[in-house]
Structure formats: C-alpha cells, structure tokens
Design a protein around this ligand. Structure first.
Ligand code: 5GP
Length: 201
C-alpha cells in the first residue's frame, strides 16, 4: 500500500538491521531503502550509490551547511546521514521508505516526521551481538569493542521507540516487522481513501 510511510529501523550495530530490512523488502515491494551518505570507507563489495554515497568529511559538512541532510549522526568517528531530497520526493509521491539508522538519527527523524514508524531491534544478548560483529569480519577487535560499548548506551534508549523486536530468529523478526506495518496501515487515519469511498469523509 502506498502511503508515504517512513519506517525507521534502528538498533545497535551488528544487531542485523541490514538483513532484516532486505528480507522485509523481498516481501514488501512497496518499500524502498533510503541510501545514506557516509564518510567511512567502503567495506568489501560495497558500491557507491548502492550501499552508501561515500564522501569526504568536508563534503559532508558542506551538505549539512546547505541543509541537504535530513538528519545525521557521528558513529565510530564517521558521519552518517540521510539525504533530504529523496525523502521529500518519496513523501510527495506517497512512496514508503525504510531508513537503516542509528538511534540518535531516528529520534531526529521523529521530530521532523512525528508520524514516522519507529522500530528498535534488540540483540538476544550482548554476547550474541559480539559474536555477530566478530563473524561479520568487517571490523577490527578495537572497533568491535567500541561498537559494543556504544550498543550498551544505545539500548538504554529503547523506551523512546514505539516498537522493540528481539532479533533472535530472522524469520520471526521479519514477520513481526511486517505485522507492525500492517497494523499501521489499518489505522483509520491511514485509510482516508477507503473512508472517502464509503462514507464520503
Ligand atoms: P555501518 O558502518 O555498520 O554500515 O553503519 C553504522 C551505523 O550507522 C549503523 O547503526 C547504521 O544503522 C547507521 N546508519 C547508516 N546510515 C545512516 C544514516 O543515514 N543516518 C544515521 N543516523 N545512521 C545511519
């Protein structure tokens, strides 16, 4: 259903946001993913314009000054942010969009778009989170330790989100996320077309 919904999927690094989002998008082709800007270096097979728009810190700061970034965060010493123009376009075209985003970033989005759907993914345990970061093999031990420390702080903000899903079994997490979206779509104020058709509201 095209509603121009903004879905923020947040949670600590390594919790599995990327996998959950791509599985959800296989089921829900009415959602597109917002491509973020970052100053961190590409990892492995990552491509510019597909996984991220990779840029320098000076370019990023310039975009902030020009107000071309909807929200941003500094994570592990690197900038991450959502380009504003595509989001404006998605909302205008009633295109649903997913943001893979830090907790602080998601809270900024909520201030601008109070109707954004906020979902927090939790790891089954801190040990499981460490194991996932280790298996991913994209960070050094020091970087993993920094991400774990950051995760411990981030998890304290779960109460600021509307929904929390413990990401243990990926299929269950995706089903729950889909259920949240469906429930959102069933809110009467998201169904103005139906109300109009039957009740001339
Ligand atoms: P990674 O380096 O693992 O790709 O991403 C690090 C963190 O940055 C993840 O928690 C990811 O969700 C977050 N992130 C990715 N894009 C954005 C963005 O546009 N804005 C914010 N605030 N966080 C982002």
């Amino acid at each position: 259903m095209k509603q121009g919904k903004i879905l923020c999927v947040s949670g600590p690094s390594g919790v599995g946001k990327g996998t959950v989002i791509s599985k959800l998008m296989e089921k829900r082709q009415d959602f597109v993913l917002s491509i973020s800007m970052t100053t961190r270096n590409p990892r492995g097979e990552e491509k510019d314009g597909v996984d991220y728009y990779f840029c320098s810190a000076a370019e990023f700061q310039d975009l902030i000054t020009k107000k071309e970034i909807l929200e941003f965060d500094v994570y592990s010493g690197e900038y991450y942010g959502t380009p504003v123009a595509p989001i404006r376009e998605f909302v205008r075209n009633k295109q649903n969009v997913i943001l893979d985003i830090t907790i602080a970033g998601a809270l900024q989005v909520k201030k601008i778009f109070p109707e954004a759907l906020m979902v927090f993914l939790l790891p089954p345990s801190m040990e499981a989170l460490y194991d996932r970061l280790l298996k991913r093999d994209t960070e050094t031990e020091d970087q993993i330790q920094a991400r774990i420390k950051q995760a411990e702080i981030e998890i304290l903000h779960v109460e600021k989100f509307e929904y929390a899903i413990l990401n243990d079994k990926i299929e269950d997490t995706v089903s729950k996320l889909e259920a949240i979206i469906i429930a959102e779509e069933c809110k009467y104020y998201n169904q103005s077309a139906i109300l109009k058709k039957f009740f001339d509201l």
